[in-house]
Design a protein around this ligand. Sequence first.
Ligand SMILES: CC(C)(COP(=O)(O)OP(=O)(O)OC[C@H]1O[C@@H](n2cnc3c(N)ncnc32)[C@H](O)[C@@H]1OP(=O)(O)O)[C@@H](O)C(=O)NCCC(=O)NCCS
Length: 211
Amino acid sequence: MINKLIIIGASGHGKVAADCAQASRRFSNIHFLDQAYPKQKHNAHWEVIGHADDVANYIASDTLFFVAIGNNAIRARVSAELHALHCSFATLIHPSAQVSKHSEVGVGSLICANATVNIASKIGQGAIINTASSVDHDCEIGDFVHIAPGAHLAGNVTVEEQSFIGIGSAIIQGCTVGRHSVVGAGSTVLANIASHLVVAGSPAKKVNNNN
Ligand SMILES: CC(C)(COP(=O)(O)OP(=O)(O)OC[C@H]1O[C@@H](n2cnc3c(N)ncnc32)[C@H](O)[C@@H]1OP(=O)(O)O)[C@@H](O)C(=O)NCCC(=O)NCCS
């Protein structure tokens, strides 16, 4: 069955998700709900048809939902609200992404154009594997993690829930980034990173707490 898709969040990230969904040819139509409705009625080529608080009005057997909110904590919260309403979630994988058939991608996740998920890796729920990033073999990516564009994870890397790996950064094999941590843009992670930290630089060092 070809489903309808409703995307929550008509932002720049939302239009990337819509583009990915359209490229996948799995949906008969794609619409947005957003807090900015009725002021905002369009996001690129797609219509914003309602307010994000009115999700319940759009639940139907042929409709899947996708939460396109870049902020990990907000995406997790909104996804929990949709789960409580028994919404069915879409998982979006761009046709140019290379996702090993021997890997797992959790429901509600987005695998963007030219991203790679290699063999035996596991991506949690509601994660973002952004444009041209790579997750190599045997990695564990937690729920609501965001791997930003062009970030590269070597084999056996673990990124725990709701952490953010900045654009163009690199993580060497076997490292763990704890939950709710941030790796700054262009950083090189050479050792485990504890939870609730902001690290940056090469090698990456603590620059702040992330509470
Ligand atoms: C790391 C980051 C989150 C900032 O964190 P922050 O806690 O607000 O840190 P600050 O901006 O206060 O900077 C603290 C220090 O870290 C340094 N720093 C910040 N980001 C850095 C980076 N990416 N690489 C190296 N050093 C960095 C700052 O220069 C500053 O150094 P100083 O104390 O010597 O002046 C941000 O700079 C960053 O890199 N964000 C990622 C953006 C990204 O990937 N976007 C993609 C969106 S899809």
